[in-house]
Design a protein. Structure first.
Length: 513
């Protein structure tokens, strides 16, 4: 009877579990998370048909609950992805052919789905420290705010990178924003101005967090150098993550995004494929993705930044590494060994991304060189500052000038006579037994010191009346050593009479004698 009541309570508890998307009950495991049947069907239809068709009419912050979950399909689908629903688990041919799986495959699939799911943040984030939870919320806020752009993109066509940074700072402080989404042609271009502005906003906002902690402001030169060094890696990360959701055709679309660039795509095809496959094998979650993006910025080249910014980025890199490891371990319910292995794969992906970005920069550098009269191409100055940043170091500038335009060094021809004509090279002229004579003067040019007027240590230390025996200091003193030595002054009558007149009579002195 007790076992039946326990089973009924457990069944009732599982039956009332809320949906992670809208909060409706009952909910079961669908596509990796607890979801109701309504959100399950909506997610399957969105992945198959409408993932690129939904548009939010508001500010992409609609509330998704049980009563208003059908109000905005864009925010509902976004929350499905946020809580951890995996699009790879949706099978379009499920209704046509249903195949039975073995018990082992079911267990493996369930384990993978449970490891990849992201539950309610109040569950696994409780294992994080308050500092780490604050970092997660700040990174998520930055990522959401940089997804919206205004319509003033055409007004920055003749800007350089410094002017664009200042313009974006003013745009963020403006209360009037008219959001616009990039066109299809802009989204397919790797160096789209929309993507570039998003990275600039992200880096500037991220530096703002560091400035709030440090209490100091970074210079515009530091911001330009950091943006230039982290631009291509961030664009690669965003482009790969965006094309991964397109399914099997994602790799080809990712390669085609480089067709508009002035480079030979065949030279980097294999590198693009390796980086894309490295990401798709172990894709990060949304929370992990935000940490990885900030980690790319913290690993920028240190030789182009100031010492203070390098120290700040080093500290941020250590904090992000610790945060990423704890998020992987907590959200995926893995052991420390598995978490370290997964984190190492992400770090390996970032290293491959850095190497690929260096190769792309080398191929693009000749097409975006610094010239006095730039062509009237929109956004050309911005691209030049990103691909070929301005060098502010005098040593680096001098080294580059010498490397590409070496000075004309034409020394005078040397006309040395034959070696045998030099008499100082002849072997017979050297005396092997020759040694210089040492000069020793026999007399001095100045008189000697008068040593006869000085006293020795023995004479100074000898008490008055002591015999002038040189060996007396080395002998022990006898008992009569004080005999014969007058220790008190001689009795003087005249001195006594001056102080004691009553004793001037001779009888007094005579009586005492």
């Amino acid at each position: 009877m007790n076992e039946e009541s326990i089973e009924s309570k457990m069944h009732q508890h599982n039956y009332l579990r809320p949906c992670a998307v809208c909060g409706d009950t009952p909910a079961k495991i669908h596509y990796g998370v607890l979801a109701c049947f309504g959100c399950k069907g909506f997610f399957r239809r969105a992945v198959k048909d409408g993932r690129n068709k939904y548009v939010c009419r508001f500010e992409k912050s609609c509330e998704v609950n049980k009563s208003e979950r059908n109000a905005c399909r864009y925010c509902r689908f976004r929350k499905c992805l946020l809580v951890g629903m995996n699009p790879d688990y949706v099978r379009p041919d499920r209704e046509k052919c249903k195949k039975t799986k073995s018990l082992l495959s079911k267990k493996k699939s369930l384990t993978r789905s449970m490891s990849n799911r992201l539950q309610d943040p109040s569950d696994w984030t409780s294992f994080l420290s308050p500092t780490h939870r604050k970092m997660l919320s700040e990174l998520a806020k930055i990522d959401n705010e940089t997804q919206s752009l205004d319509k003033n993109i055409e007004g920055i066509a003749d800007f350089n990178l410094k002017a664009l940074i200042a313009d974006r700072a003013l745009a963020r402080n403006s209360t009037i924003l008219d959001n616009i989404s990039p066109s299809r042609s802009d989204a397919d271009n790797f160096l789209s101005i929309f993507q570039i502005v998003q990275v600039i906003d992200y880096v500037d906002r991220y530096l703002g967090l560091i400035e709030d902690v440090e209490g100091r402001k970074f210079s515009v030169e530091d911001k330009c150098a950091l943006i230039s060094n982290s631009m291509i890696p961030c664009l690669l990360l965003d482009s790969i993550a965006r094309h991964t959701t397109k399914g099997p055709n994602g790799l080809e679309d990712f390669k085609q995004s480089f067709n508009l660039l002035p480079l030979d795509i065949t030279q980097i095809t294999h590198k693009l494929r390796d980086v894309f496959e490295s990401f798709t094998k172990k894709p990060p979650s949304l929370v992990e993705y935000s940490i990885v993006k900030a980690y790319i910025i913290s690993t920028s080249e240190s030789t182009i930044l100031s010492n203070w910014l390098n120290q700040s980025l080093t500290q941020e890199r250590d904090n992000l590494s610790e945060l990423l490891f704890k998020v992987i371990k907590s959200s995926r319910s893995k052991t420390s060994m598995h978490s370290a292995s997964y984190m190492s794969s992400l770090i390996h992906f970032l290293n491959e991304t850095r190497n690929l970005s260096t190769t792309i920069r080398q191929y693009l550098s000749p097409s975006f060189s610094r010239i006095e009269n730039p062509p009237p191409v929109p956004f050309y100055k911005i691209l030049v500052d990103i691909i070929n940043p301005e060098v502010l170091d005098l040593l680096v500038t001098t080294r580059k000038n010498i490397q590409f335009s070496p000075p004309d060094l034409s020394p005078l021809p040397l006309s040395l006579p034959p070696p045998q004509t030099h008499h100082f090279l002849a072997h017979q002229n050297f005396d092997m037994n020759y040694s210089p004579e040492v000069y020793r003067p026999n007399n001095l040019q100045f008189p000697k010191l008068p040593l006869q007027i000085t006293k020795s240590i023995e004479e100074i230390l000898r008490p008055p009346g002591m015999l002038e025996d040189p060996n007396i200091l080395n002998k022990p003193l006898a008992r009569d050593w004080a005999d014969g030595i007058r220790l008190t002054p001689v009795f003087n009558r005249d001195i006594v009479a001056q102080f004691f007149p009553e004793f001037t009579q001779t009888n007094h002195f005579g009586g005492s004698q």
